[in-house]
Design a protein around this ligand. Structure first.
Ligand code: FAD
Length: 519
């Protein structure tokens, strides 16, 4: 995960890769691991930082999708439940079992959801992580003492997985590199190379130096989420729009609103969606929304009505309503939903399953799906590409591939648990180099994490450290701004940068953080 080494490797050899993957989100990373683990030489290019876009802005659930079951999308739920189980086995340091409670304020809620969720459990077959059951009023309140009391009849408990999306992204990238892949962040694809009307490589700009590079590959895969249309247009300018972006917003509030480990699931909000309130890194994430967005951008901004809607809906189920002043961070992500065929369908009705499209010139585009199914998406993409390129079919080996950081006995009470098998080495670094002091006591961030992020996780900017190597920006945006200057200083020393770089980094981070802070 050393960027200088990676860029030198790309610079120095003029080889033709088997695959170039464009996009370092969940889909690109899953596809890259799938390719490299089958022995194909693979280059992954990300225009910003790994998981900078949608893949760091999810609800952090590894789930089958209870909602899709209600919509009758059985095959999607089967697939996601299987992937949930595989991911929990392959990254036990990041994926935890999360209990959810559907509070019941009407007589029919308990029997209805107990039945539905039992079907959901049974669909996970051998990979089940816990049985749903009805809870009495007392048990429900013991699990979530902050629930609104009036008319509460009890609840239904069920289980799904929970994870840290950006941390999983980094660990996937490390897994990819350990298997021989080359990954670059801040490498933006600006054009495709074509020979005899076939896509045979890409032109990318190294955004750190401005240098343009022309790299060849037998196959090019477009895994750029809500940006896929830009790459498709480089291939076939006249192609119709494939993507319809829908924004989802989350609010992060204090743990006191849901003080225990159980999460809340509201199965039907006034706009017909589900709302989650889930404990995460000692805070609570509440969301989400579904608003169609015209433009795809790297830093989408939450709308006032989305914030109000989440506060209002959460407030209807809690004794003490969360207020604007309780919000520690607000973040928005764009769902790369496949554009509907007939113009009038609403985004929430469009299938959440993934889609693969191969152009006449051999560009493979993969979109849709969800974090939970990233591995299966990668498997499907590489299978299709191998067939197209007449590669000898090799079997996928990723179903049981341990992800970097894999560790079985994890102490989740340790705030640094998410480093998994790296934790010991991080602690050694902290001790040996006197980096064990806190940058943020409330967020449990120590100095060693910054140095570790630069040395071993390809962090290049203050934002990389505060948004994705640690989750400070998402957990408490004001606190992340407070510690930004010290982060910049530590990074400057590691990366051999000057005071001007340090100041620029802090300014740029403050600008981004404005989107996450409510005034
Ligand atoms: C609000 C919300 C909540 C969600 N919650 C969940 C959940 O709880 N569980 C779950 O399983 N799924 C969830 N999802 C879905 C999941 O997050 C997405 O399906 C997944 O992250 C999409 O990954 P991706 O790699 O396709 O896209 P992205 O993460 O957007 O990655 C695409 C990448 O391509 C890069 N790129 C674009 N153009 C170029 C270029 N020219 N050159 C190089 N790189 C480029 C971008 O910078 C970006 O990093 C949620 C989604 C949203 C929006």
């Amino acid at each position: 995960m050393n960027r200088d080494q990676m860029i030198n490797a790309v610079n120095q050899n003029s080889k033709t890769y088997d695959f170039i993957i464009i996009g370092g989100g969940a889909t690109g990373l899953g596809t890259a691991i799938e390719a490299v683990s089958r022995g194909y030489s693979t280059l992954l290019l990300e225009q910003a930082d790994f998981t900078k876009a949608t893949s760091s802005r999810s609800t952090k659930l590894v789930h089958g999708g209870v909602r899709y079951l209600a919509q009758g999308n059985i095959s999607l739920v089967f697939e996601a439940l299987k992937e949930r189980g595989l991911l929990k086995n392959n990254a036990p340091h990041l994926v935890t079992k999360q209990a959810f409670i559907i509070p019941s304020y009407k007589w029919w809620i308990k029997p209805y959801y107990t039945l539905g969720l039992t079907i959901y459990d049974l669909m996970s077959l051998r990979l089940s992580i816990g049985r749903s059951k009805p809870f009495s009023k007392e048990k429900t309140l013991k699990s979530i003492p902050t629930l609104k009391l009036k008319n509460l009849r009890g609840g239904v408990v069920y289980y799904d997985g929970q994870f840290d999306d950006a941390r999983l992204g980094i660990n996937l990238c490390q897994t990819f590199v350990e298997k021989g892949g080359i990954a670059l962040n801040y490498a933006k694809v600006i054009n495709l190379i074509k020979e005899n009307n076939k896509v045979k490589g890409v032109v990318f700009t190294d955004l750190e130096t401005g240098k343009e590079m022309h790299i060849k590959a037998k196959g090019v895969i477009n895994a750029t989420g809500v940006f896929i249309d830009n790459i498709i247009k480089m291939d076939t300018p006249s192609t119709k729009k494939m993507i319809c972006a829908s924004q989802g917003v989350h609010l992060v509030i204090d743990k006191k609103f849901i003080p225990n480990q159980h999460a809340i699931m509201i199965p039907k909000t006034t706009d017909g969606r589900v709302l989650f309130a889930v404990p995460w890194h000692n805070k609570v994430i509440v969301g989400t929304t579904d608003v169609v967005k015209e433009n795809s951008e790297l830093e989408p901004k939450a709308l006032e009505e989305e914030i109000d809607f989440i506060l209002e809906t959460a407030g209807r189920f809690l004794e003490k309503k969360p207020q604007r002043s309780d919000i520690k961070s607000v973040f928005a992500g764009l769902r790369p939903l496949a554009a509907p065929k007939e113009g009038k369908q609403k985004t929430k009705e469009i299938s959440r399953g993934h889609k693969i499209l191969i152009s006449n010139s051999g560009l493979l585009t993969i979109t849709g799906g969800k974090w939970t199914t990233y591995r299966k998406m990668g498997e499907d993409a590489i299978n299709k590409m191998c067939k197209l390129l007449h590669f000898k079919q090799k079997r996928s080996t990723t179903q049981h591939l341990k992800i970097h950081g894999y560790k079985k006995q994890v102490n989740f009470k340790n705030p640094l648990y998410f480093y998994g098998s790296d934790l010991k080495k991080l602690q050694q670094l902290a001790e040996n180099e006197h980096l064990d002091t806190y940058l943020s006591r409330s967020l449990h961030i120590i100095k060693a994490q910054v140095v570790w992020g630069v040395r071993f996780e390809m962090a290049r900017t203050v934002e990389d450290i505060l948004a994705r190597r640690t989750r400070a920006l998402f957990l408490d945006a004001k606190e992340s701004v407070r510690i930004a200057p010290e982060v910049a200083k530590l990074m400057a020393s590691e990366l051999n940068k000057d005071a001007f770089w340090e100041q620029k980094q802090v300014n740029e981070f403050k600008e981004i953080a404005k989107n996450y802070i409510l005034n």
